[in-house]
Design a binder for this molecule. Structure first.
Ligand SMILES: Nc1ncnc2c1ncn2[C@@H]1O[C@H](COP(=O)(O)OP(=O)(O)OP(=O)(O)O)[C@@H](O)[C@H]1O
Ligand SMILES: [Mg+2]
Length: 491
């Protein structure tokens, strides 16, 4: 019923999608898979009326259509959940969710009571009981993502395009979302889905289309792929090893955290981190992981407790203090606190380490550009050049820029909060290898991740956070996902 016919798209003369034809059927979950920059989001945006195709066409219910705006597509029954969230921060959760379809009373005013009842009902379909009167700006990334999905559900569309909907969700919400998607599929909705989480695809998809470098590699029933063959189609080669073995032996204590507390988010957090050690921090969404690490690098200081780096007590009032002390951080929310959207790849990259390029009062442009060149090579960052605005990069490539930026400062402690969120399998393997190299060079790494295989395979030690308190310390080679979850579940 929805058909992409030989779709092509170029940006600034650079072709990003060529001649892609795919049929999307009602009652089917169709996964679009491919590496960062393969063109998945671009394809979806053409189907949803965000971009006009340069070549080819979109056919809908047998007729060629030209959606001029996303609203155009929406009014015909095609809704999209975007990869980069775009909520309206000043409106409430309920108002965001039902934007443009608010219930009205007899006088034509928005019926606030009905609005919040309806909005809550949609959220409940996702097993979430978020207060719909809260301002959108007060939500975590994960909560915003849930609202965004509920918003699409509320449109009751015939086609639902979901671009990495689970990137920031916890297992509990993923389960609820999958249940909702299964119901939609039964109702005959066509779901188009992208993700970088390999296990999700096989749980959910009926058919899979693989894109590589803007071209369609193949479309097949999900059952015809194995995990290995899917990866091989995506990256165009066999990936020998995803997780490198942990070989480094940690050295002396670098970071000592004692009794860190900021109610109601977390309390009495004490742990040490050693030279060359990779320490995993696991926990469910809302357990306080992001809040604890925000205190560690100075974004949101703790109310009490101490942080000592190589024996020196730190007074961190801002991330600049953290950086100066030798603590670098890659944030979970790359849009809110990570990238500077209007600036170039180069400027985003060298931002934190700009001091290295200062010669007196001037910036050594040659050094800056050769550093950029090296970093884009090392991290395989896909951009048209150092001057390209970072918000034009695919999601995963933006994340690689942030990682490269953190490492330019040569930190003693590197804090990674969901570092592989939205990153493709090939790039994940690169980042895992990088964590291994950093650890071998003596960098202490604190790894916050919701992907338990990551935590289990890469770390020396695992801490579990439950409702703002440390609930367990586990040895990765002697534990498993179930045990971690048991310690993470609220009581
Ligand atoms: N507005 C834009 N202007 C210029 N280039 C763009 C724009 N949008 C996307 N691109 C480029 O098009 C290519 C495909 O990007 P797209 O976002 O579709 O990739 P993707 O497959 O969704 O990747 P990811 O998995 O990282 O989200 C990338 O190289 C990207 O830099
Ligand atoms: Mg994308």
């Amino acid at each position: 019923m929805l058909r992409a016919c030989q779709l092509s798209k170029a940006f600034g003369g650079l072709s990003v999608l060529q001649d892609v034809s795919i049929d999307f059927h009602p009652g089917e979950v169709h996964a679009l898979m491919g590496e960062n920059g393969a063109g998945k989001s671009t394809l979806m945006k053409m189907l949803a009326g965000v971009y006009a195709p340069d070549g080819g066409s979109v056919a809908w219910r047998g007729q060629p259509v030209r959606f001029r705006t996303p609203n155009d597509a929406l009014s015909q029954g095609i809704a999209m959940v975007h990869q980069e969230l775009m909520p309206i921060p000043d409106l409430s959760v309920g108002e965001n969710l039902l934007l443009g379809m608010e219930p009205t009373n007899a006088f034509g005013w928005v019926d606030q009571a009905a609005l919040h009842t309806q909005a809550s009902a949609w959220l409940q379909q996702l097993d979430t009981d978020l207060d719909t009167r809260r301002p959108m700006r007060s939500l975590s990334v994960a909560q915003m993502q849930v609202v965004e999905i509920a918003k699409a559900l509320a449109r009751q569309a015939d086609v639902l395009l979901m671009d990495e909907p689970t990137a920031a969700l916890s297992d509990h919400e993923v389960t609820a979302l999958f249940k909702a998607i299964t119901t939609l599929r039964q109702r005959g909705v066509a779901v188009v889905y992208t993700t970088h989480k390999m296990d999700e695809v096989f749980r959910l998809a009926d058919r899979i289309s693989v894109l590589r470098d803007g071209r369609l590699v193949c479309t097949q029933a999900a059952l015809e792929f194995s995990a290995d063959s899917l990866i091989a189609h995506m990256v165009g080669r066999e990936l020998a090893q995803i997780f490198p073995p942990v070989t480094t032996t940690p050295g002396e204590t670098v970071l000592a955290v004692e009794q860190l507390t900021r109610e109601p988010a977390y309390r009495n957090i004490s742990f040490t981190l050693r030279r060359g050690e990779v320490l995993g921090l696991a926990g469910l969404m809302g357990a306080g992981r992001t809040e604890v690490v925000s205190a560690l690098y100075g974004l949101q200081p703790a109310a009490s407790g101490t942080i000592r780096l190589r024996g020196q007590t730190l007074e961190l009032r801002s991330p600049i203090d953290g950086l100066a002390a030798g603590l670098a951080m890659v944030t979970e929310d790359r849009k809110g606190s990570g990238i500077v959207p209007a600036m170039s790849v180069q400027h985003n990259l060298t931002l934190a380490a700009l001091r290295q390029f200062c010669r007196g009062a001037v910036i050594d442009a040659t050094a800056e550009s050769s550093t950029t060149h090296k970093a884009t090579g090392d991290f395989a960052i896909k951009a048209s050049g150092p001057g390209q605005a970072i918000n034009q990069l695919s999601g995963g490539n933006q994340q690689k820029v942030l990682l490269a930026r953190a490492l330019l400062t040569a930190p003693a402690v590197l804090i990674l909060d969901e570092p592989t969120r939205g990153i493709d399998i090939g790039a994940k393997a690169e980042i895992y290898a990088l964590i291994g190299r950093l650890s071998a060079q003596g960098t202490a790494v604190l790894l916050v991740s919701s992907e338990l295989p990551e935590i289990l395979s890469l770390t020396h030690r695992i801490l579990v956070l439950r409702q703002g308190e440390l609930s367990a310390e586990l040895a990765p080679r002697q534990t498993n996902q179930e045990e971690i979850l048991r310690h993470a579940m609220p009581r």
